[in-house]
Design a protein. Structure first.
Length: 85
């Protein structure tokens, strides 16, 4: 059984993913919404979502010296999470 904190974290990640996808690639919104469902995205769809997150990281999550900002670190965590769901 999943702990409450893991469930909350997954819900937070899911909301963040949906927000990023909605802004950057709205055509993938239905895929992002399925991440925590009983019919999760297949590997191809997961790769497409990962590409969206990489776009977000490079556009919004790096400082002037290409180091991750606080937000960038969250996006990196989100990428790691996406690989495990």
């Amino acid at each position: 059984m999943k702990s409450n904190s893991r469930i909350r974290k997954a819900q937070d990640y899911s909301r963040l993913l949906i927000g990023i996808v909605q802004r950057r690639r709205p055509e993938l919104l239905a895929v992002a919404e399925r991440v925590n469902s009983s019919t999760p995205p297949d590997n191809h769809e997961r790769d497409a979502l990962g590409e969206v997150l990489l776009e977000e990281l490079t556009a919004q999550g790096l400082d002037a010296s290409d180091e991750p900002t606080g937000y960038g670190l969250v996006v990196e965590e989100l990428l790691d999470w996406l690989r495990t769901v």
